[in-house]
Design a protein around this ligand. Structure first.
Ligand code: ADP
Ligand code: MG
Length: 689
């Protein structure tokens, strides 16, 4: 069983990992993914008891609270308590300085310093004690405790207080910045309705969308959102799907029609019957995708997580070397005796190292950048299933397009009929319609006409068409290759449109020319991609002539026509050998290519459920221009990630050099550390602009 729990008050990525390992130790919990940025726990468990135990464990972890009903935290945290601590600490600190240097009443100064230290430091000291008791050392709290207590032990009272003060101020600012970015992602969650009204006989009851079951009668009042997918019971309803599909036009649905979750009721209240539980509704699935996106970590994120694991212990070790080995060696060299030579100076350097050993700037800013990138994409109607695909998009060298339904609208209509025998038009359409009723291919929509025939044994020949039986006779509907395969001769007809050939028995009945329009935004999107140095190519199962006509219209140079699904797959393997490949399609006949490509993009509305499932990126609004937009956001995200990695590491190394040379005061190290972290976080937020 799987469940996504929303939590509150999880403080940092390191804590997330600690909680994660606690959860994984529970018997009956098979997997747990704790995400700091989205504040979620994705739990896989075997029994209800295990779930309850996991919730209990999470609730007992530091300040974490599990929110019930899976509701997204609505309450805004204004950090009132933290600001109070910072302000009172600042007040004590300033008065302390006043007493030490101007009034020169040292005792009073020290008392004030102590008050200032405790005002901001007590939560840190408390966590350190708790964590050590649990055998968990080497976290930020521990480092700051050692650094500040060390400074105080050296008699540097002011410095000790400054370390703790700056650290806590930085934490507060960072948590506010992260909160702001989290908010922009949770805005998406506004798609979900907060509550629903269930009708039971005469009575009405308020429930959460999660509680709605298939078959429930739900009342949706004016202005409310449909809580889950369903079927309209009222005579008609006026729905606003803009936030879901981007379509500004209101949509009128009639009794028996489908009502999609997230649609805002723009008319009078109506009733509907739920046809799916919330988790499987349109909105439920979109939100799950966004929330799970954090789990698909990008390579730089994984690198940073690993880096942090080694970095901290190594720098701490260096600190010990500086505090113990260096002065002993110094004494031996300077005076030929074994003693702690210039101990305070070395000890001070060691403390600086400890302060710098905290990798927070990286550990927070890198995932935050990806998180913001995924959120930014979602705002544009682009669902990215994981940070790692954002990376692949940024590195893409080739984009291969499917034709039908992707470059074109995939809305077909019959344009002209060429029957083999005069007067054969009706028969031609009737046979085609009987078979196409069994197909989900966009072409099939052109044959919605009534037919006296019913076809049996219909099989789809991927990339070619359909074969089946009508009144005991073999029939084939598809391209010329299909008829040839069936041993039926069909004349080669010149056309700029898609041709559907029809045969019955062993007779060629004729050919139907069907038209499909190129999407309005195809050309501009391809130009935009080419402008970024990305190659574009069309892979289609359609004939050469038709493919060329479309390619010309959209300004594409490279194309491969008459490709069967397995040949598309071979093309994909070839292209992958040359560089990173992104494939975009509607999922008809191309699900295998989608799985093979480095990054698969699908059209959300037109695309089949299988395509949306198989793809890594979904263009929710079926708008091709979202693809170059996604690549742009991805590139920007990646470059900000690298700026942050290089910037933070450079600052750390610089501080270490200065610290070792004894040229950096402790508060300077904290200042640099907090400063870089804030800069990195602010830089991460730039993705959203
Ligand atoms: P594309 O790459 O253009 O999306 P497909 O690989 O889906 O094309 O299909 C290739 C060709 O096979 C179509 O152009 C059409 O001629 C034929 N075909 C596929 N499915 C059908 C169908 N259901 N009915 C008629 N023709 C079909
Ligand atoms: Mg297709």
């Amino acid at each position: 069983m799987r469940k996504l729990l929303h939590i509150q008050n999880l403080d940092c990525p390191v804590c997330a990992e600690a909680l994660q390992s606690d959860l994984r130790k529970i018997k009956g919990v098979t997997d747990a993914q704790v995400e700091y940025l989205s504040q979620t726990i994705a739990l896989e468990y075997e029994s209800e008891a295990a779930l309850q135990k996991a919730i209990k464990t999470a609730n007992r972890f530091e300040e974490v609270k599990v929110l019930d009903g899976g509701m997204v935290a609505a309450k805004e945290d204004l950090h009132g308590r933290e600001w109070l601590q910072i302000l009172s600490s600042a007040l004590f600190l300033l008065s302390g300085i006043l007493f030490e240097f101007f009034v020169e009443w040292t005792v009073a100064a020290y008392v004030l310093y102590a008050a200032s230290y405790l005002a901001v430091g007590y939560p840190v000291l408390l966590s350190t004690a708790k964590n050590i008791a649990k055998g968990r050392i080497f976290d930020e709290n521990f480092l700051m405790t050692v650094a500040s207590v060390g400074a105080i032990a050296l008699g540097e009272f002011l410095e000790g207080v400054a370390v703790m003060f700056l650290y806590q101020l930085g934490e507060l600012l960072q948590s506010m910045a992260v909160g702001a970015s989290r908010k922009s992602v949770t805005e998406l969650m506004a798609l979900k309705s907060e509550r629903a009204t269930r009708i039971k006989g005469e009575a009405q009851e308020e429930i959460t969308p999660e509680e709605a079951q298939i078959g429930d009668i739900l009342l949706v009042k004016a202005g409310e959102k449909a809580p889950t997918d369903g079927e309209l019971l009222s005579e008609s309803a006026l729905l606003d799907y803009q936030s879901l599909t981007g379509e500004a036009e209101l949509c009128t649905v009639r009794a028996g029609d489908e009502v999609l979750s997230g649609g805002i009721n723009a008319g009078d209240s109506y009733t509907m019957r739920a046809t799916s539980p919330y988790q499987e509704s349109r909105v439920g699935r979109i939100l799950e995708m966004v929330e799970n996106a954090a789990a698909g970590k990008a390579a730089p994120e994984k690198f940073i997580a690993k880096f942090a694991k080694f970095y901290t212990p190594i720098v701490c070790l260096l600190a010990v070397v500086l505090a113990v080995v260096a002065p002993l060696l110094g004494g031996l060299l300077a005076d030929g005796r074994l003693y702690f030579w210039r101990f305070p100076r070395f000890f001070h350097s060691a403390l600086t190292f400890l302060v710098i050993s905290c990798p927070c700037a990286l550990v927070i800013s890198v995932p935050l950048t990806y998180f913001s990138g995924v959120g930014r994409c979602a705002k544009e109607g682009i669902l990215v299933k994981g940070a790692t695909y954002l990376d692949t998009l940024a590195k893409t060298q080739t984009v291969a397009f499917d034709k039908t339904g992707t470059l074109t609208e995939g809305v077909f209509a019959a344009r002209s009929l060429s029957p083999a025998q005069a007067g054969g038009e009706r028969e031609l359409l009737n046979v085609a319609a009987a078979l196409e009723k069994h197909s989900a291919h966009p072409i099939a929509k052109a044959f919605a006409n009534d037919t006296p025939y019913t076809a049996s044994d219909v099989r789809e020949k991927a990339g070619k068409g359909l074969v089946g039986k009508i009144e005991g006779k073999d029939v084939a509907v598809g391209n010329r290759a299909l008829l040839q395969e069936e041993g039926i001769f069909a004349p080669e007809i010149e056309s700029e449109h898609t041709l559907v050939y029809v045969a019955k028995g062993k007779d060629y009945l004729g050919c139907i020319e069907i038209g499909d329009r190129v999407r309005a935004e195809s050309k501009a999107s391809i130009e935009a991609l080419n402008g970024m140095g990305i190659q574009t190519v069309m892979w289609t199962g359609d004939n050469e002539k038709r493919a060329k006509a479309i390619a010309n219209e959209v300004g594409m140079v490279a194309l491969n026509a008459k490709l069967l699904p397995d040949e598309k797959l071979k093309k994909a393997e070839e292209a992958k050998r040359e560089g990173v490949l992104t494939y975009i399609g509607d999922g008809m006949n191309d699900a295998p290519v989608m799985l093979a490509a480095d990054c698969a993009v699908s059209m959300g509305k037109l695309g089949s459920a299988a395509a949306v499932e198989a793809s890594d990126v979904v263009l929710v609004k079926d708008d091709l221009s979202a693809l170059p937009k996604a690549v742009k956001i991805a590139k920007r995200t990646r470059s900000i990630v690298f700026q942050n990695i290089v910037g933070s590491i450079a600052t750390k190394v610089g501080c270490m050099a200065l610290g070792a040379a004894g040229a950096l005061p402790l508060w300077g190290a904290v200042f640099a550390d907090v400063g870089v972290m804030l800069l990195a976080v602010l830089n991460a937020l730039r993705v959203k602009r």
